[in-house]
Design a binder for this molecule. Structure first.
Ligand SMILES: Nc1ncnc2c1ncn2[C@@H]1O[C@H](COP(=O)(O)OP(=O)(O)OP(=O)(O)O)[C@@H](O)[C@H]1O
Ligand SMILES: Nc1ccn([C@H]2C[C@H](O)[C@@H](COP(=O)(O)O)O2)c(=O)n1
Length: 430
């Protein structure tokens, strides 16, 4: 388990002067060159450290900067990070490399601050102008890295304060932490374990995203209407899986075969808001989907009092996609099996059975192509990003209480239906 330390360090730092480089010295920096290679870790120190070939390869000979958006609230920080990325991608000249970076306290939950690392080999050396312009416009923190003649790298803050500008630290190699840094902020930023936590996020955004209010009203309405004394008279069966694994086909057949009620998450009443929230950073997007599950839960509680209920996607999808997106790099970086991150939310209605439809990547691609529908950005990413698909699949399988049962969904629709009906009869006495 992680050390539980939930102080929002990023926001506390933001409240002080942006450029106090000394505040960053207890932190480790991670630069991710690409998804397939190991990140490079370094720290800042008042004394020079050993030289290291990885750092030399990263820093090279170009002009180097690290940049991050620091704002007071988490909603503002999340949105500013996205705006900063867009601005950098638009303004930097060809010849500039832009890498994702983050700083963190090793193995301390909620300590991750995301940012960017710039390596400027462009003919016009435009990066410095671009980052100082962005800094002047808003809450952007910028560090510059330079190389001494003896090969050591130095870090200083880009700031108007002369005393602060002269403060210089050595860049020293740092070991990889036990837990991948991208797992540190998952709880209550990517995955929510109580309705109140997701609710708070949408409340915090209601000024900038007016649709949040309508979503919160729907959540409240459904909670009031729901029958809280759910006595589980009829089973609740959730069908999960990556897109195009056959969930729609199977859930419709199950509905007919069992005389069941068919529900889905996100529920129909949120369909009009989905595109809006899909365009927002993970904190907001994931809170929206989390609330969708609570609306569906209220519907399940009502409907299962008179018929079996089939649900097309539920919390397994919300958590698995959120975790796979938050955790950068390879599958090995996912939180370990048994981590609290895979635990079902304490206040969310638990289904009787969760079935995960599984097909080979080739068959999925064949079905996607055959269907020829528009795909969301995340779906297209699944197709092209093998690493992402493997992380979603693995996260699905690590979720506990209830865990999912994997069903081979590659045979014909009739065969899959037969197989699933058999499972339901065995497990749910239907
Ligand atoms: N068992 C099967 N064998 C072959 N093709 C199938 C099977 N089940 C579904 N299909 C086809 O695969 C495509 C995707 O199926 P479906 O829409 O049911 O998947 P889905 O999991 O609901 O996708 P999404 O999550 O993107 O909505 C459709 O064209 C469907 O006809
Ligand atoms: N309960 C749910 C349902 C869906 N999502 C997210 C995860 C993906 O981004 C996308 C997949 O849904 P589809 O396009 O197949 O309708 O929606 C979620 O987080 N929680």
């Amino acid at each position: 388990m992680f050390t539980l330390h939930c102080k929002p360090i990023g926001y506390r730092m933001a409240n002080r002067s942006m450029s106090r480089l000394a505040q960053w010295c207890s932190r480790v920096f991670m630069v991710e060159i690409n998804e397939k290679t190991e990140p490079i870790y370094f720290a800042l120190s008042s004394k020079p450290g050993a030289r290291n070939s990885e750092l030399e390869a990263l820093f090279g000979s170009g002009k180097l900067f690290s940049v991050c958006a620091l704002c007071d609230g988490r909603v503002q920080s999340a949105r500013s990070h996205v705006h900063l990325k867009t601005a950098l991608a638009e303004k930097l000249a060809p010849g500039c490399d832009l890498f994702d970076t983050a700083s963190f306290l090793p193995d301390v939950n909620n300590s991750l601050i995301r940012g960017f690392f710039l390596r400027d080999n462009s003919a016009l050396s435009s990066a410095e102008r671009v980052v100082t312009q962005l800094q002047q416009k808003g809450s952007v923190c910028v560090f510059r890295y330079t190389r001494e003649e003896n090969g050591h790298y130095l870090c200083s803050a880009v700031t108007d304060e002369p005393a602060e500008r002269e403060r210089i630290y050595y860049v020293t190699p740092a070991p990889a932490p036990q837990h991948h840094p991208s797992t540190l902020n998952i709880i209550n930023s990517d995955v929510f374990y109580q309705m109140a936590e997701a609710y708070k996020v949408l409340q915090e955004c209601s000024d900038v995203i007016p649709e949040s209010k309508a979503v919160l009203e729907l959540v409240e309405e459904q909670q009031l209407e729901s029958n809280s004394s759910h006595d589980k008279r009829f089973p609740v069966i959730v069908i999960e899986g990556l897109d195009a694994t056959g969930k729609t086909t199977l859930t419709c057949s199950l509905q007919k075969a069992l005389g069941a009620v068919l529900l889905k998450s996100p529920p129909e009443c949120l369909a009009q808001f989905r595109q809006r929230f899909d365009a927002e950073p993970p904190l907001i997007r994931r809170a929206f989907y989390a609330l969708g599950n609570y609306i569906t839960a209220a519907q399940i509680a009502r409907e299962s009092s008179h018929a079996p209920v089939i649900v097309d996607r539920y919390w397994h999808s919300t958590a698995a996609y959120a975790i796979a997106t938050a955790v950068s790099g390879r599958e090995e970086n996912l939180p370990a099996v048994g981590s609290e991150i895979y635990e079902w939310p304490s206040d969310l209605l638990r289904p009787s059975l969760v079935l995960l439809l599984s097909v080979s990547p080739e068959e999925r691609l064949r079905r996607l192509t055959h269907r020829g529908l528009d795909k969301t950005e995340e779906e297209s990413q699944l197709e092209i990003n093998h690493l992402f698909r493997r992380k979603v699949d693995e996260a699905y399988k690590r979720i506990q209480n209830p865990a999912c049962m994997v069903v081979d969904a590659s045979p014909s629709p009739d065969h899959v239906l037969e197989q699933v009906l058999c499972l339901i009869r065995n497990k749910c006495n239907l």
